[in-house]
Design a protein around this ligand. Structure first.
Ligand code: AHR
Length: 349
């Protein structure tokens, strides 16, 4: 129901109630008044989240829900896309019908958004992208984006692997790496996969396999178990998020393997991304996970600031990157460099 229809319906209801009598009628009238005020008083934001596949995603949703509160002047309509782009497209169409003031989209994959974003533009509703990106030929189909530099995350992790293995005197050709990828076609997967694939080519590492674990613990476990049957020399597992790393560790240990950074003595080195899940952080502190490249999920306040800027008639930067760190308790690599920038490896986390 759009705002005009909703107002008309509420007025009709108000009249119906007023013809009644007693406390009940008064209470109902108060409730109607409240709802009418809300529609006018708050900035309405439709948020299409892609799903709830990981701890990172839950933290991201929570950050959005707590940033867009009535106290802050917002009324947030939250829709979980359950990992399906079709659900997200339906949600956006519903937001358009509801005449929300802004749409925030956390897209599952990069492709396939052109039509629905054109519909939002025709309805003059600004769209803000969060976390992953969309691949549209017309960049004006969205106002701005906020999220991580996923390729940089992959480059940082690859730089850490290189620095660590060189320090240990391990020859590049003796690194047998498998990449358990995130959901194929998502910006996080594309960037992290590219970061590793380029480094493997440049350094002469043996990248045995790239296979998706869909960012979930269950799939990470399944995929790792299958990889262990296919290859008997895997010594590095690059997991594109912590949930998959937890699943992979479980699969390796169940198969009698040992995880850790002592590759020369047969341990399988696990590296991953996010730094949100407490178990994964604990594993990183104890050395089960050798290194985590942080992916910051706390986008709620950043998205709100972008919407505030749009409300004030400003044009915010198109692409807004968040700063992220790299965590490892393995001794010996205190900093890494990517391009001409160096990053301190954080040991207390
Ligand atoms: O797009 C961000 C990625 O999506 C996170 O790294 C992963 O955990 C999540 O599912």
């Amino acid at each position: 129901m759009n705002k005009l229809f909703r107002k008309a319906a509420l007025l009709l209801l108000a009249l119906a109630v007023l013809t009644g009598c007693g406390d009940k009628a008064v209470k109902e009238q108060e409730e109607i008044n409240d709802e009418m005020t809300k529609a006018d008083e708050y900035t309405t934001v439709g948020f299409s989240q892609l799903g709830a596949e990981s701890d990172w995603r839950s933290a991201n949703t929570e950050s959005m829900l707590s940033a867009f509160t009535e106290e802050e002047g917002y009324s947030l309509i939250y829709k979980n896309g359950q990992q399906k782009q079709s659900n997200q497209i339906t949600a956006i169409r519903t937001f358009i019908q509801q005449e929300v003031d802004y749409i925030v989209l956390a897209p599952a994959t990069e492709s396939g958004w052109e039509t629905v974003l054109e519909e939002a533009r025709d309805a003059q509703i600004p769209v803000i992208l969060v976390d992953r990106r969309v691949n549209t030929s017309d960049k004006n189909l969205y106002s701005c984006w906020v999220g991580s530099d996923f390729e940089l995350e992959g480059q940082k992790m690859s730089a850490w692997i290189k620095a660590y293995t060189e320090m240990k005197g391990i020859a590049p050709e003796d690194l047998h790496i498998v990449n358990i990828q995130g959901s194929i076609g998502s910006t996080a997967q594309i960037g992290r996969t590219r970061g590793l694939a380029n480094a493997a080519r440049e350094n002469g590492w043996d990248l045995c396999a790239e296979i998706s674990g869909d960012f979930t613990e269950t799939k990470g476990r399944e995929v790792m178990a299958a990889l262990l049957k296919r290859f008997d020399d895997i010594n590095v597992v690059y997991c594109e998020n912590d949930n998959m790393a937890i699943g992979a560790i479980d699969a390796i240990e169940s198969a009698g393997g040992k995880v850790g950074s002592d590759i020369k003595n047969g341990e399988v080195m696990i590296v991953s991304f996010d730094g949100v899940n407490e178990t994964a952080l604990e594993y990183a502190r104890s050395g089960k996970i050798s290194c985590i490249a942080e992916c910051n999920p706390l986008h709620g306040p950043r998205v709100r600031a972008l919407i505030e800027a749009l409300k004030n008639g400003e044009t915010p930067d198109k692409f807004n990157y968040v700063d992220e760190e790299i965590f490892s308790s393995v001794r010996g690599v205190s900093w890494i460099s990517v391009g001409n920038k160096s990053y301190t490896v954080k040991t207390d986390f």
